[in-house]
Design a protein around this ligand. Structure first.
Ligand SMILES: [Mg+2]
Length: 195
């Protein structure tokens, strides 16, 4: 197995599914607002929720729209260890977040509040509006390592010569290409320290 070292100065991060536990937020809203109680995270075996969850498409769309516009109101929480690791890296480097979200402001405010010990000037958020735009944004920014939970995007990034690091989630385990993978923020933090 390859030992991976990640230079934090050249690293970018996806937000949903990596920094943010977006699927937990999704499951909570399904419960609270729509009375759907039988969903667990392990059921989400596809990035595309309508492929793996027994929830009508229009409800999925409504929940996602709420998560996109109102991270605080939907109770979006960081994944375990994300705040500790990003706070440590953010003392020395600008944190670069590249998301496919179409709107930047709500998630930017969420990050600034969640990473309250990082100076806001050190938090750079780019919202591309689509997954396929990530590669060109990362190239422009000189990002060499990108942590992402969407397998198809990881593959595009990898093909473009950027080190894609799959953030392990139930929906990205079907990876025939065996890309680099981290199990969580503790591991990621250790790899960035090793650089
Ligand atoms: Mg994501």
């Amino acid at each position: 197995m390859k030992t991976l070292k990640i230079n934090p100065a050249e690293t970018g991060f996806d937000i949903d599914g990596v920094v943010a536990d977006t699927m937990a937020s999704f499951i909570n809203i399904a419960k609270q607002d729509y009375g759907i109680h039988n969903i667990v995270k392990e059921q989400i075996t596809s990035y595309w929720l309508e492929e793996c969850l027994p929830i009508p498409d229009e409800i999925i769309e409504k929940i996602i729209a709420r998560i996109l516009t109102d991270p605080f109101g939907t109770g979006l929480k960081p994944n375990p260890g994300a705040v500790e690791t990003l706070t440590a890296v953010g003392q020395e480097h600008t944190l670069v977040f590249v998301t496919a979200r179409p709107v930047r402001e709500p998630i930017c405010r969420w990050l600034e509040q969640t990473l309250s010990e990082v100076q806001p000037e050190r938090i750079n958020v780019i919202a591309t509006g689509e997954h396929s735009a990530k590669v060109s944004v990362l190239k422009k920014l000189g990002i060499k390592y990108f942590v992402e939970d969407h397998l198809a995007t990881c593959l595009e990034i990898h093909k473009a010569g950027i080190n894609a690091i799959v953030f392990d989630q139930p929906w990205n385990r079907n990876d025939p290409d065996s890309l680099w993978r981290v199990k969580g923020w503790k591991e990621l933090g250790a790899l960035m320290k090793a650089a």
